[in-house]
Design a binder for this molecule. Structure first.
Ligand SMILES: Cc1ncc(COP(=O)(O)O)c(C=O)c1O
Length: 381
């Protein structure tokens, strides 16, 4: 059997090992100088003003939306999220004591459909949380127009979109704050880890406090201003992240070449599937390569079987959070409420484009996709 092509891989290089050794030699493993340095270096990459490192992307989203309480939100108030995303987006909103309100996506971009947002706004809506799924930036102009018009806060879940740009601005700079993940599949990997980046001082101060139990700013030991969590990143995680920051643009370029290679090799099959192309005016983060079949009859299970035969790790395109996952059954939505998300949840998969793939790996991936689409063509539907 050929080597399995993973969605993402972690390789710990010399710089990270030295950082880890430094921690170990000082008997230091909690949040400290390496986290501070990581925050600073990460912020400089994209010119984000305030950067607060957290223990995961999920915690980053949870702490970010918790900042709504500083601006008058009450428990149970609503945050608009896309119906299709990794479930952590909705879970983070729920864990913060807020209510996720789901809006359907667009099948071709996998992102929230701006034209459906206004219908979901109620007197309890406090924010829109836009998710740049698979590294493709959302239509931020349209979304910002809506949040401005309705006086809502705008947050970005950038967990899959490090370094992406929309109209020459880095994602994460369009609203009141952004959340990032440093899990293995992402361009910077800390093992586990996350970040809130924001240009909004009040949001930054709130996250600074909630990530450590809601301590009074200034970190007074047993004085708590708000309900908080224990969401701090530690120096071992930052040790890996510091190496990732240094190599970021190299990683970005390599992964981008991989994404463009797969897009080029599958271009002749556009009639049969949506791939995560780069929309005009954007620079897509090379997070993964997504395939959504344009007709159910092309049979996604056959594509999965072919990828398995080639030992290529694939993942489903998340599923519609409110209607395809038992976890959100309690909200009472029913199948058919989010048709685009549900369609993508069934008929979409993604594979990796990570920086350690070889040319042979990429060729194997292209061969697997050709094998599938040539079969579709020969079936003459
Ligand atoms: C869109 C999105 N939001 C949130 C998360 C959660 O990040 P983490 O796994 O670091 O908790 C992920 C994870 O990859 C994600 O893709």
């Amino acid at each position: 059997m050929k080597r399995r092509i993973e969605f993402g891989e972690l390789r710990i290089g010399t710089e990270a090992k030295m950082n880890l050794l430094d921690c170990v030699s000082k008997d230091w493993a909690s949040s400290g100088p390496k986290v501070r340095k990581f925050e600073e270096k990460w912020g400089k990459l994209f010119n984000y003003k305030y950067n607060k490192a957290l223990s995961s992307g999920t915690d980053a989203v949870m702490n970010l939306v918790s900042s709504l309480y500083e601006f008058g939100a009450k428990r149970g108030d609503e945050v608009i999220v896309p119906a299709l995303s990794f479930i952590a987006t909705a879970n983070a909103v729920s864990m913060a004591g807020l209510t996720p309100v789901f809006v359907d996506i667009k099948r071709d971009t996998l992102n929230i459909d701006p034209d459906k947002i206004e219908a979901a706004i109620t007197p309890k809506t406090r924010a829109v949380l836009a998710v740049h799924t698979m590294g493709v930036p959302c239509e931020m102009d349209k979304i910002k127009e809506i949040t401005d018009k309705h006086d809502l806060m705008l947050f970005e879940d950038c967990c899959e979109a490090h370094g992406a740009q929309y109209k020459d601005n880095y994602i994460g700079t369009f609203g009141d704050g952004a959340a990032f993940s440093y899990y293995v599949a992402h361009l910077i990997c800390c093992g586990e880890g996350g970040m809130v980046s924001t240009n909004n001082k009040e949001v930054a101060e709130a996250v600074h406090s909630t990530r450590t139990h809601g301590r009074k700013n200034g970190d007074l030991y047993f004085s708590f201003d708000r309900i908080g969590y224990n969401s701090k990143m530690n120096d071992l995680e930052a040790s890996l992240g510091l190496e990732g920051v240094g190599e970021f643009w190299q990683t970005y370029r390599i992964r981008k070449t991989h994404l463009f290679y797969l897009l080029k090799e599958t271009a002749k099959y556009r009639e049969f599937a949506y791939f995560n192309e780069q929309p005009d005016g954007t620079d897509v983060c090379p997070h993964g390569f997504s395939v959504v079949l344009k007709d159910e009859k092309y049979n996604i299970n056959r594509l999965c079987e072919i990828l398995d035969n080639h030992n290529i790790h694939w993942k489903r395109n998340f599923g519609s959070t409110p209607t395809q996952h038992k976890a959100y059954e309690f909200m009472g939505h029913k199948l058919g409420d989010f048709p685009e998300s549900e369609y993508v949840g069934i008929n979409g998969i993604h594979v990796g484009v990570h920086q350690y793939l070889s040319m042979m790996d990429l060729e194997r991936m292209a061969t697997a996709f050709s094998e599938f689409f040539e079969e579709v063509i020969s079936n003459n539907y």
